[in-house]
Design a protein around this ligand. Sequence first.
Ligand code: UDP
Length: 326
Amino acid sequence: MNVLVTGGAGYVGSVVVEILVREQFNVVVVDSLVEGHRAAVSGDIPFIKADIADRDVMKKTFAEHNIDAVIHMAGETLVSKSMTDPQDYFINNVSKGIELLEAMRESGVKRIIFSSTAALFGNPEFTPITEDHPTNPINAYGRSKLMFEQMLEWYHKAHSLNYVCLRYFNAAGATAEHGEHHPVETHLIPIVLQTALGQREHVDIFGTDYDTGDGTCIRDYIHVEDLAMAHVEALRRMDDMGPRKLNLGNGEGYSVKEVIEAAREITGRPIPVREADRRPGDPAVLVASSERTHRLLGLKPGYPEIRQIVEAAWKWHSRNPEGYKD
Ligand code: UDP
């Protein structure tokens, strides 16, 4: 199967591409390199530096590589930025997303796997969150992803586009080759590990007065390789399965303090912390029920423990303390 991956030079994208190649898919990467790194994509994989809204380039690429399916991972991903610059989320995740869907429609590409998010659930009414949980995003990031999911429903009804939305909880960890390196780091685990490496003085804990066991936010961290395998299985099964929206987590929640404690044990470094205000847009608890995903995709997490996830990330960060070179 010939698969085009948008955002394939990003953190999750680079691992998905690595695993797709390992699993014998033919892969083409499109990435604007605004956030991604050229060095995160192996030199022997066809790479096109382009914006997904460039309909001509996308159509040409679909035709040249005889593309059967798109994995759409390009886009804005930060909750905090979405609270101050919501327009970027509606432009990049929604408006440019329509351009991509139109290029696909005009080219007859009928399959899409979409990188969606747990942020579209908002503050959970119950935990673990199942796929049937109401969607009520409390940040523009979640709203923009929900809007794209809703567009997919209409493209399915009107144009028989088949889709699988994978609602990521917290992607974390690394493979031997690919890890997390954002131009401006905001994610907990890399920040904790940069502190362990002495690149930061301390970790700010955003909120210690949440209604959770230790007062800090609880998240469901899924190893990025497990997350990548879900894309592989979704591609393999989507023709039989039909359109789906699936949660992609580990089913286990860990608090910010628990993550930091795991990192102290693994790195053997002290990792100083500072208590800070809550970060706007953060729900207290986000934990997935992944029962449906595991059943439909025939998967079980290979790295269920937070220690395994932090350990994988630590290996990559300590080997690549400055991240990717370009
Ligand atoms: N967090 C924190 N300090 C940081 C970065 C993150 O306390 O420097 C918290 C954040 O408030 C959230 C959790 O860690 O509760 C995970 O945040 P991250 O940005 O990694 O992922 P998100 O949940 O926003 O997708």
